[in-house]
Design a protein around this ligand. Structure first.
Ligand code: IPE
Ligand code: IPE
Ligand code: MG
Length: 234
């Protein structure tokens, strides 16, 4: 059916364009990130309403450390505030919270705030909210391979490697959405992206709202997912 809306199990967002959003308004980049957090919150609400099982957000890459220190500091201050205000609300709403990436390298007070959330959310059973912080797809694959080597295994199969990713045991993203018109993955979920539908949206991340979300679901629903077969599988 042409108009049937399919709900992905797992949707992932590469949140891009905060800086350009601010620049257009002659504001500091930091304010773009602040609006970006509001957009993330809108998307979490939309995903919950749609009955999505897992939503991932790319918030800080292993390459983002090359940005000016002032911007990095502002970003992690915001992550700490987000944990205290919003993630704790998500815990009350029953969401499962996870962080993908090496969070031990973040500022100590940010790490403490994130660990507190993980502890509070540990028994939750609801939608999975996964936030990628100090995350890189290549870094994740290397880390997985090293974990396997440490365990003494000599031959690695697909399942073992999959299980050692941050997302081990969880569904791969059905759709990866990138905002701001850039058409690349920038080191995001390289392993998990194998059969993801890619949706590139011209709107800047702080502008993401329910209308854009709906447009994404519509676009995803029209894709023919064949997984190498000759006919649509889903
Ligand atoms: C995305 O927005 C947020 C992060 C990568 C932390 P950008 O900060 O990359 O915004 P642009 O690409 O400069 O507009
Ligand atoms: C990708 O955005 C990383 C995140 C959204 C966290 P970037 O703005 O860092 O990516 P590039 O530099 O344009 O590839
Ligand atoms: Mg960018």
């Amino acid at each position: 059916m042409q108009d049937e809306i399919k709900i992905p199990r797992h949707i992932a967002f590469i949140m891009d364009g905060n800086g350009r959003w601010a620049k257009k308004r002659m504001l500091p980049r930091k304010l773009g990130h602040r609006e970006g957090v509001k957009a993330l919150r809108r998307m979490v609400d939309e995903c919950e309403k749609a009955g999505i099982e897992m939503v991932s957000f790319y918030a800080f890459s292993t390459e983002n450390w090359t940005r000016p220190q002032e911007e990095i500091d502002a970003l992690f201050k915001m992550v700490g505030e987000f944990a205290e205000k919003n993630l704790s609300e998500y815990v009350r709403r029953g969401f499962r919270i996870m962080f993908m990436g090496d969070i031990t390298k973040l500022p100590a007070d940010t790490v403490a705030a994130l660990k507190k959330i993980l502890d509070q959310a540990k028994d939750n059973k609801g939608m999975i909210v996964n936030i990628a912080l100090n995350y890189g797809g290549r870094d994740e694959i290397l880390r997985a391979v090293n974990r396997i080597l440490d365990s003494g295994v000599r031959e690695i199969d697909m399942q073992t490697l999959s299980d050692c990713m941050y997302t081990g045991g969880l569904p791969d993203p059905d759709v990866i959405v990138r905002s701001s018109g850039e058409k690349r993955l920038s080191n995001f979920m390289l392993w998990q992206a194998a059969y993801a539908e890619l949706v590139f949206v011209d709107d800047l991340w702080p502008d993401f709202d329910s209308a854009i979300f709906e447009k994404i679901l519509r676009e995803y629903s029209q894709r023919d997912r064949r997984y190498g077969n000759v006919r649509r599988i889903n």
